[in-house]
Write a protein that binds this ligand. Structure first.
Ligand code: ADP
Length: 580
């Protein structure tokens, strides 16, 4: 689960990502309009190039085909004997746009032609009142092309008049009828199903309409609504022989359709035509749609990329944050721990300071008490008025107090050696019964004087222990001394010893006053006394058990205590068994 801080950072992060994604979409939408106009412009440029190509090709074709007739007309420097029949056949085949080729003599009569079945031999222009073009070429000496019409031959086409002269003498005219069907079939491959080609002349007459909407020979202007300015504008430009692009709306059976048109002129001798190429606006929409799809894909990929990268960055930051938090937590708890241990150490120091003060006053008391006794005794002795028996008692008192002070000093020296690790242990196999006997002997007088019974219970076969004999005796003496000291008259002190695997366990128990549980954990501390008042009955300065523990542990053993106030105490020692 995310904590509050992380939730906030997630919200901030999400807002940034949304802004990024939003701005990408904003720019994308803005780009749409531009894309549309750019694509439309590009499309129309291409369409215009195609239209130019078509108009140029048709113009070239027509001019070239008429040129063939001019060559025929001039080549012979007059009219050949067969009246151009063989030339007509060749040109007819090569040009491939003529419905028929005829030769009309100077009297206006059709005298030859090819193909024969299309030739109205003997037909006279003068008798049929059709002399205008014939006389025009005769008078000007130039090629003339009549505007396309539905001919009497039943086709829609243009008449090409090429005058024939011999020695500047008019001999007649070659007439070629060009069928528009023949022209257009050569270009139909240039348009696909959605594009339509149409051709109008400079008066707006429809010469060709690939879509089949308008009839040939009718005028385009008659089909256009006078309010349709866009379309009128296009047509006027076409009639003016211009080249360019236009757009308009066209009514269809399904409603209205957006049309893109390009136009380009055809100049064919005296004829001025114009090719129009139309395509539906949908064509651009399709291209735009494909561009949009690509743009959208790019935008979507960018968004996904941004989302992916930013989520990765977020996760890294989150983890980093977590690591930092964990680190801070760790350091804080370490600081707390060291603070706690410093506090504990401080308390301990204060306690030690208190203990030291107690110890100093106690040591002073312990040292001063025997000194006082010794001083008084010595003064008595100096006066030399004592009975010999009294003198002996005084001397014995002095000796006892000297011993007491010497013991105290020994204890102080021992604890200092133990603490500074300067104590030497002379480890050897030691017989436990022998060491215990020796120790008990040491305190027997005290126990007897206090009326405390001493008992020893151990198997005779008990193996030896590894220890420093003197120090082991010192340990037992200390424990037994305390046991006797803190047991009332009539009580008992028992020493038990038994084999416990690798160790020998020795238990020194008494039926004495016992130790309150609140003190049990401290009695092995140096200078620790349960009753440390100067009025206490038992002697000692709280070093006995600290020395005992130091010695036992120095010999590789351990010591612990079990006690019940008013019932008694048990000091349990484990000592290392000697290898047998
Ligand atoms: P001291 O030399 O003053 O006796 P110790 O270190 O030997 O000092 O003992 C510390 C304290 O432990 C004693 O002051 C005493 O209160 C308590 N203590 C030691 N042994 C016994 C015991 N067998 N029974 C009751 N209290 C004991």
């Amino acid at each position: 689960m995310l904590n509050k801080k992380n939730r906030w950072s997630l919200v901030v992060f999400a807002v940034i990502v949304l802004l990024l994604v939003g701005s990408i979409f904003f720019f994308w939408m803005r780009a749409n309009d531009e894309v549309r106009s750019i694509v439309e412009e590009q499309y129309q440029t291409q369409q215009l190039i195609l239209t130019q190509y078509v108009s140029y090709s048709i113009g070239e074709l027509l001019n070239e085909r008429v040129l063939l007739l001019e060559v025929v007309a001039q080549k012979q420097q007059g009219v050949p004997d067969d009246l151009f029949r063989s030339e007509f056949e060749t040109v007819y085949e090569v040009a491939d746009i003529y419905y028929v080729l005829e030769f009309i003599d100077a009297n206006g009569t059709v005298v030859s032609g090819y193909p024969v079945e299309n030739v109205p031999l003997g037909f006279n222009l003068y008798s049929n009142n059709m002399t205008w073009a014939f006389e025009h070429v005769r008078d000007t000496g130039e090629v003339y092309i009549s505007e396309p019409v539905n001919t009497m031959e039943g086709i829609f086409g243009a008449y090409v008049w090429v005058p024939v002269f011999e020695n500047r003498q008019f001999r007649g005219s070659i007439l070629g009828i060009v069928s528009d069907e023949n022209i257009i079939t050569q270009f139909e491959t240039t348009s696909d199903s959605s594009n339509y080609v149409y051709i109008v002349d400079d008066k707006g007459m429809i010469l060709y309409d690939q879509s089949g909407t308008y009839e040939k020979g009718t005028n385009y202007l008659d089909h256009i609504d006078q309010n349709d300015t866009d379309r009128l504008h296009v047509l006027e430009a076409q009639m003016g022989g211009m080249m360019g692009n236009g757009k308009y709306w066209q009514e269809t059976t399904d409603g209205s359709e957006y049309v893109l048109v390009s136009y380009s002129p055809i100049n064919w001798y005296n004829q001025r035509w114009s090719v129009g190429l139309t395509s539906p606006g949908d064509a651009v929409d399709d291209i735009i749609l494909s561009v949009y799809v690509k743009l959208f894909t790019v935008a979507a990929v960018s968004v996904l990329f941004i989302l992916f990268v930013s989520s990765q960055v977020y996760i890294i930051l989150l983890n980093w944050n977590k690591t930092l938090e964990r680190e801070v937590e760790k350091k804080t708890s370490e600081l707390q721990e060291s603070n706690e241990s410093l506090t504990a150490a401080n308390i301990k120091l204060k306690e030690l300071d208190g203990l030291k003060n107690e110890f100093l006053s106690m040591v002073s008391h312990e040292l001063k008490t025997p000194l006082t006794a010794m001083k008084t005794s010595s003064e008595f002795l100096l006066e030399d008025r004592c009975e010999p028996a009294v003198r002996n008692q005084l001397l014995a008192l002095i000796v006892r107090n000297v011993d007491r002070q010497a013991r105290l000093v020994d204890d102080l020296l021992d604890i200092s050696r133990i603490e500074s690790n300067r104590i030497k242990f002379n480890m050897e196999p030691v017989s436990l019964p022998e060491a215990l006997d020796h120790s008990i002997e040491n305190i027997r007088r005290l126990s007897e004087s206090k009326g405390v019974v001493l008992r020893v219970d151990m198997p005779q076969s008990l193996p030896a222990v590894i220890a420093d004999r003197d120090k082991l005796i010192q340990v037992f003496v200390n424990l037994l001394n305390n046991a006797v000291k803190f047991t009332q008259r009539g009580g008992a002190v028992t020493v038990l010893a038994q084999d416990s695997g690798d160790n020998i366990e020795v238990v020194v128990s008494d039926t004495g006053i016992g130790i309150d549980p609140s003190h049990v954990g401290h009695i092995f501390d140096k200078f620790y006394q349960i009753d440390s008042t100067s009025t206490r009955t038992a002697g000692g300065c709280g070093l006995g058990l600290a020395i005992t523990k130091g010695l036992v542990e120095g010999m590789g053993g351990s010591i612990r205590v079990e006690s019940k106030p008013g019932v008694g105490s048990k000091f349990i020692l484990t000592l290392k068994k000697a290898q047998s």
